[in-house]
Ligand binder design. Sequence first.
Ligand code: SF4
Ligand code: SF4
Length: 471
Amino acid sequence: MPGAPLTEAERARAFALPKKPAVIERQRLAVRYHVEDFDVRDRPRRFLEAFAAILKHTNYRVALDHYARISTKCARCAVKCQIHEATGDDRDIPCWRSELLLAVYRRHFTISGILRGRILGDPGLTDETVAEMADTFYDCTACRRCHFECPMGVDHGLVTHLGRYVLSEIGIVPRALAVSTREQLLGASGNTSAIPVPALLDSLEFLSEEMQDEKHIAIPFPVDQEGAEYLFLPAVSDFIMEADSLMGIAAVFRATGDSWTIGTGYFDGINYGLFYSDQVLEHVLRKVRAEAERLKVKKILIGECGHASRSAKHFYPMFCGGAEALPVLNIMEYTHRAWREGRLRLNPDVVTERVTYHDPCNVARPGWIVEQPRELLKAFCRNYVEMTPNRRDNICCGGGGGTVSIDEIRPYRTAIGGRVKADQIRTTGAEYCVAPCANCKKQLRELMEDQGMDCKIVGLHDLIYKALVLD
Ligand code: SF4
Ligand code: SF4
């Protein structure tokens, strides 16, 4: 999907360093994202110690052993990467990026690498390589599209995640992610947007009043309902940013009559651990488990959010009970099933605009949630069009892997990360682009603004709210 080539002015703006020279010098880190001050001494040694500890306590070694042996450096992965397509730079070839970490693994954690290092006097990991990894691992959105193209099965999203994990253990992590996670795990509010419970309750009451005015029917947001079927956890930012998505979800439950609840003990689906730290991933999921047990619910229901859904679906069983863990599902699965069972009526005369659908990488790439939203949209949007490519081969919004939360790299995200996505959306001529993910919504709205486009970015339940027939 070739688009307009990157101009020199766009490139300069996208790669501009927003940090003060004094900070760069102090942190010895010329990356575009802000980092809290950390111990810069002896970084290579500390990086290797952290890497060794992670290898010892996890099973990453199995994948790394395989990747470190088989890579053919054929660069086929490059054709699937929207970052490389936008920049054309060799350093954005997925394999080039992964090779930074794989070379460290080969040199320091395999017998042949250690022997060769001794015989040849190779000092191994340098401070420059640590800085290079800190830069490039946050250029990748961990969308994993390149994974499908690699004949050897190298998963660059996994390598990016691991590289970020090791870096985070020595203090190199985007401040935006670190601050939000600290508030979620240690702060008074216990969530990434620092929303106190009274503000949450106010917001829910306000939304119910809005729905009463618009639909002339009482549509509640149940709170702390012990024994409910579903514990609902959206990306917590939805409570501030995505009123229409939340109202659509509440309206769906009003139509089905199933029991659901929001828990005041914990109500944040966001899990930035998926982006940079397995420790964070685990601790966030333990908070979900504690709330599910407090309220004695039967299922975990994640809102319109790709990474929140994937982190819970794939890792909740791992960290919270194995085969005994509560089932996890995404709200699109719930709504789709209710519609298939004939419990939802959608008026096909309400949404007449041209509508397209953006597949969030975290739910589409594994083939998990692909057709369900399409079937729903086609049921009531007469002017539905696909963007190309789509489904499991979708192109990332350009803000994946947590990068959307890093406001200081917005010029990079919208000029480079989302460049191909903007072309894709433009080609459809759609007036609505449905993006059922909190991260994708934010990124795509910024993308539309920065690329001078007027397609409206909405959630799936935003449109369902318009079309749902309530008795
Ligand atoms: S496609 Fe696979 S083997 Fe080829 S360069 Fe990329 S990662 Fe390496
Ligand atoms: S995971 Fe996505 S952004 Fe990262 S290298 Fe692969 S295609 Fe590019």
